[in-house]
Design a protein around this ligand. Structure first.
Ligand code: ADP
Length: 696
């Protein structure tokens, strides 16, 4: 600013002088103006110029900014009052005697487009250290020598404020780190005894118990499980708060993800007598790029809440294409709704609508806070529309780019000119079903009562009738008979897995086939295509044949906690295996490093043990195997630290697998069943040999 002023001053002065001379010349040439008047006018001009120069000088003097001019040898040619003050000299000091204020630090100069340079200096002024931000410009003096004009501003306060801010940020980060570490530790410490409680309750419930005792054991288990999910949520939340939410960007099947969430929650919903259904609108890409697991977490939370709070009706998840490449996911329910005053608050941590009113006691109030943070990290939006008694609809919009350029819609049969009648009171499944049929070119109508359905059947010809068996056994069968009378081509009954068992064979009830709720588009279209009907779809558990009992395995368990060791031992024994236990890493390494190592099919190493911990033990075992060139034993890490980083660390240490605490009996069983068969056979041999050798 000041530099510009100085520049202007030179230009203005020059221009005024030139203008005056030209005026005088013109006057002499013309010679018809009174001479003395012109002289007077010129004198006025000169006076004005002097005055303006004086004004600018005092302006520069009075500036708070430092202004100096130096020659090439850095000898000072001019210094304003502010600089004199900083240098500790008076106005009387001759300019050549003004000292340079000592410079303690200097930043690299930054050259600006106009050629001037910016330099920050820390200087030692008489009243202490100051930061000065300089603008330097090279100017040419009257004799044609170059001089440097420097204008400096004291920025000490700004610099110290920034430093203080940085320091505060660092401290806050350190505090946050400490908090997360503390929480991770607490969660570990809580998980270990919880492992004992849940595991023992599980074992106890498998023993003969009276009905009363069964109730108590059930309560112990469900309280333990609630505590476990609470710990997980607190840990997850603190990790997210600490900025440790690392999202992955990978290709995944969005349709399958939504189907999976619905199938996961279906037993819980159907157990409460409500429905859960999903619908993917035409044009929503199947494969997208994003963080599948975090998205699943959000959907399970939203849909889980919806199931938890809804007692009649149901829950629907609907996917559609939003604007600007966003995908919209709606999770709607017919539950109690949320009062308007609470709509914003529920996304805050520990915020819950009065539990007594909603009738649901469990929950931490963290789920939605976590979901919101995840969605926002994904550059998406989350919101809710709800009113008491009118249900709730949570909507998330996410930028999920298509993973494949030719993302094709799954093949669907051509239903053009085919007319379908759906008889159902279902709030979500029925409308979703209608959309699917209409997208395939069909015409879909809906009736919500048997009487209305019979009227429609009498009035028009239908190709397809789908009846929800929730209307009641008798009504359902009556409609099948009516459809036959009216010549409907195909009749399907809509059943939940539970209803399917009750309902018996659909043919006996007069139907061609059935559809299991929640309906997958794939099975719907398979039923509708003219090819012979695909094998009947049933719940996965029913289809899974009883597996043969696994061959006995011999397991080394390294675990210092007696209760947990007992628990693992019992679990393995129930699976027909045998266990050897050690209580520390050193013993584990020496057993696994000895000749008899071949008799272990598996070694479960607790990560936290006194002496040598699990990680160090695994590394030692792998190093020894490498040195002796023997085949590696299967090592499984058992730990309460369950983050992805913990898993990675375990893999890096040489573990093959990872079992989180509390140990899930099914996960342990899967692990043992996944062992290569020859190993199991050999193990049996080893076991025999061991017995023969009289080992314990
Ligand atoms: P939690 O369910 O663990 O209490 P959330 O953060 O997931 O915590 O939810 C916060 C609160 O919002 C719930 O306690 C409940 O009062 C309200 N809420 C969330 N989802 C629904 C829903 N679908 N219907 C009614 N109320 C809901």
């Amino acid at each position: 600013m000041l530099l510009e002023l100085a520049d202007h001053m030179v230009v203005i002065t020059g221009a005024i002088t030139l203008a005056g001379l030209l005026a005088a010349l013109a006057m002499l040439r013309r010679g018809h103006k009174p001479f003395h008047a012109e002289i007077e006018r010129l004198q006025d001009r000169l006076f004005a110029i002097a005055e303006s120069e004086e004004r600018y000088r005092s302006l520069i003097e009075a500036q708070g900014d430092l202004i100096v001019r130096e020659d090439a040898a850095r000898v000072m040619a001019y210094a304003n009052e502010a600089y004199r003050r900083m240098a500790g000299v008076t106005a009387a000091t001759p300019v050549a005697d003004i000292p340079h204020v000592p410079v303690l630090e200097r930043t690299e100069p930054v050259v600006r487009p106009d050629g001037s340079r910016l330099i920050d200096e820390k200087v030692e002024a008489p009243d202490g250290e100051r930061w000065i931000s300089w603008v330097e410009t090279v100017v040419i003096d009257r004799e044609g020598r170059s001089e440097v004009l420097r204008v400096g501003r004291d920025v000490t306060e700004r610099v110290t404020a920034a430093a203080a801010l940085e320091e505060a940020r660092r401290k806050a980060e350190a505090a946050n780190d400490a908090k997360s570490q503390f929480l991770a530790m607490v969660s570990h410490e809580v998980r270990t005894p919880l492992n004992g409680i849940l595991g023992m309750a599980g074992l106890l419930s498998d023993t003969p118990l009276s009905a009363e005792q069964k109730t108590y054991v059930g309560a112990v288990k469900s309280s333990g499980e609630a505590l476990l999910s609470l710990i997980d949520e607190i840990l997850d939340f603190s990790r997210i708060e600490a900025g440790r939410l690392d999202l992955v960007a990978a290709r995944f099947d969005l349709h399958q993800l939504v189907e999976g969430v619905v199938e996961l929650l279906a037993p819980r919903a159907q157990g409460k007598g409500i429905e859960i259904a999903a619908s993917v609108a035409l044009g929503v890409p199947q494969f997208v790029i994003g963080d599948r697991d975090r998205l699943r977490q959000v959907l399970v939370n939203l849909a889980g809440n919806a199931v938890k709070f809804t007692d009649a009706g149901g829950v629907g998840i609907r996917l559609s294409r939003g604007t600007a490449g966003f995908i919209e996911i709606e999770v709607a329910d017919t539950g109690p709704g949320i009062p308007e005053a609470k709509l914003d608050a529920i996304f805050e941590r520990f915020e819950r609508v009065d539990a007594s009113a909603s009738g649901a006691a469990e929950g931490t109030g963290l789920g939605l806070a976590i979901s919101r943070r995840i969605v926002e990290r994904m550059q998406g939006r989350i919101g809710v529309a709800s009113a008491p008694g009118r249900g709730s609809t949570f909507t998330i919009a996410l930028p999920l780019p298509d993973a494949d350029r030719n993302n094709q819609a799954p093949a669907r049969p051509d239903l053009s000119h085919r007319r379908a009648l759906i008889v159902s009171r279902s709030p979500f499944e029925a409308p979703y079903l209608m959309s699917r049929l209409e997208e395939a070119g069909g015409v879909a109508e809906r009736a919500t009562s048997v009487a209305a359905a019979e009227r429609s059947l009498g009035a028009r010809a239908y190709d397809l009738l789908i009846v929800d068996c929730a209307l009641g056994d008798a009504a359902t069968k009556r409609l099948a008979a009516a459809a036959r009378r009216h010549g409907v081509n195909r009749t399907l009954v809509l059943l939940s897995p539970f209803e399917r068992r009750e309902f018996g064979p659909p043919h006996a009830a007069g139907f061609d086939g059935y559809l299991v709720k929640p309906i997958r588009p794939r099975s719907l279209f398979a039923r509708l295509s003219d090819e012979p009907a695909a094998p009947a779809e049933g719940p996965a558990s029913e289809e899974r044949a009883a597996r043969p009992a696994p061959a006995p395995v011999h397991v080394l368990v390294a675990e210092d906690n007696d209760i947990n060791a007992l628990l693992v031992t019992r679990l393995i024994e129930k699976l027909g295996g045998t266990v050897e236990r050690v209580t520390n890493g050193h013993d584990a390494v020496s057993r696994l490093g000895s000749r008899s190592r071949r008799r272990y099919d598996l070694a479960l190493l607790d990560i936290r043990m006194p002496g040598l911990d699990g990680m160090a033990a695994a590394r030692a075992v792998r190093a020894a195997e490498h040195a002796r060139n023997v085949s590696p034993v299967r090592l499984v890490a058992v730990t309460a630290n369950v983050s992805a980083a913990d898993r990675e660390a375990a893999h890096a240490a040489g573990f093959d697998d990872f079992l989180p605490k509390p140990i899930d009996p099914a996960a342990l069983q899967a692990l043992i069943e996944a062992l290569p068969a020859p190993r199991r056979r050999r193990s049996r041999d080893a076991e025999t040999a061991r017995r023969a050798a009289g080992a314990p």
